[in-house]
Design a protein around this ligand. Structure first.
Ligand SMILES: Nc1ncnc2c1ncn2[C@@H]1O[C@H](COP(=O)(O)OP(=O)(O)O)[C@@H](O)[C@H]1O
Ligand SMILES: [Mg+2]
Length: 249
């Protein structure tokens, strides 16, 4: 069977410094893969390359067999490749409800995006925010609040909600749960599991190894821009070399 996402021989340097070297892996529909590695290992750069935020120096990203080439990020979103950012990105003056409504704007209305925005800003009443997933209940009471006033964890929930508003097939989460309260992390975990059950491929960058163990079936361990290990969670996370590199032992 053809993999849903195929990453082939990705290379990327910044100012002559190699950040990704020959990174290759495949991801199937319905799978949950954790990207683990020390700070600076290249995890976010890899997510950026996959989702089109930056272009690689070499290699390919294929979605359902289609080479995405230099397709920009917004077109990858339309193709079903979604992500959240390590550092929350929100539109400060927009409310939570407006931000989610924007994400839910159907592609055929997208070119009217700016007029839609001004129309929305002109309205006295904020658009309704109707949670579709249990995790979104945590944002329901904040629907009318400008996103700039959200806490760090709430901004991350908003990014998750925006991803949930779109019907992606591959979703990359870059340290989504970092800085979240434990109870929220538990709800996010359920949300990600249910996405995978519905056939989405989940790729998530995470430092919390307990969460990695309870979510992922597979770990890709990146070290200095290379795939150092790729295999079942227990195998990779107990690998002495991985332990030594990751924990600096
Ligand atoms: N836009 C950029 N310009 C220059 N260097 C960058 C840029 N993005 C990342 N880097 C460098 O690439 C390396 C890997 O960064 P990153 O992918 O963010 O690692 P990780 O997410 O694993 O912590 C780091 O040394 C970082 O400083
Ligand atoms: Mg990172």
């Amino acid at each position: 069977m053809q993999p849903l996402l195929s990453v082939r021989n990705i290379r990327k340097s910044f100012r002559g410094i190699k950040v990704l070297e020959d990174v290759s892996f495949d991801v199937d529909a319905g799978s949950i893969t954790a990207l683990v590695g020390s700070n600076g290992a290249g995890k976010s750069t890899l997510v950026n390359v996959i989702t089109g935020a930056i272009q690689p120096d070499g290699g390919e990203v294929r979605l359902a067999g289609r080479d995405l080439g230099r397709l920009p990020a917004y077109q990858r979103v339309r193709a079903g490749l979604l992500r959240t950012f390590q550092h929350p990105r929100v539109f400060g003056s927009f409310s939570v409800a407006e931000s989610v409504a924007l994400a839910r704007t159907p592609p055929e209305l997208e070119r009217f995006g700016s007029s839609l925005l001004s129309a929305m800003k002109g309205k006295a009443a904020a658009p309704a925010f109707e949670p579709r997933y249990p995790i979104e209940q945590r944002l329901a009471g904040l629907a009318g609040i400008p996103t700039s006033l959200l806490s760090y964890g709430e901004k991350k929930l908003l990014m998750l909600s925006q991803v949930l508003a779109l019907d992606g097939s591959v979703i990359c989460f870059d340290e989504l749960c970092a800085g979240m309260e434990l109870a929220v992390v538990a709800d996010v975990r359920h949300c990600l599991l249910s996405l995978a059950e519905r056939g989405k491929a989940i790729v998530f960058v995470e430092h919390n190894l307990a969460l990695v163990r309870s979510l992922a079936t597979r770990v890709i361990f990146l070290n200095q821009g290379r795939v150092f290990r790729d295999g079942p969670v227990d195998e990779v996370l107990t690998d002495p070399e991985v332990v030594s590199l990751y924990l600096g032992g």
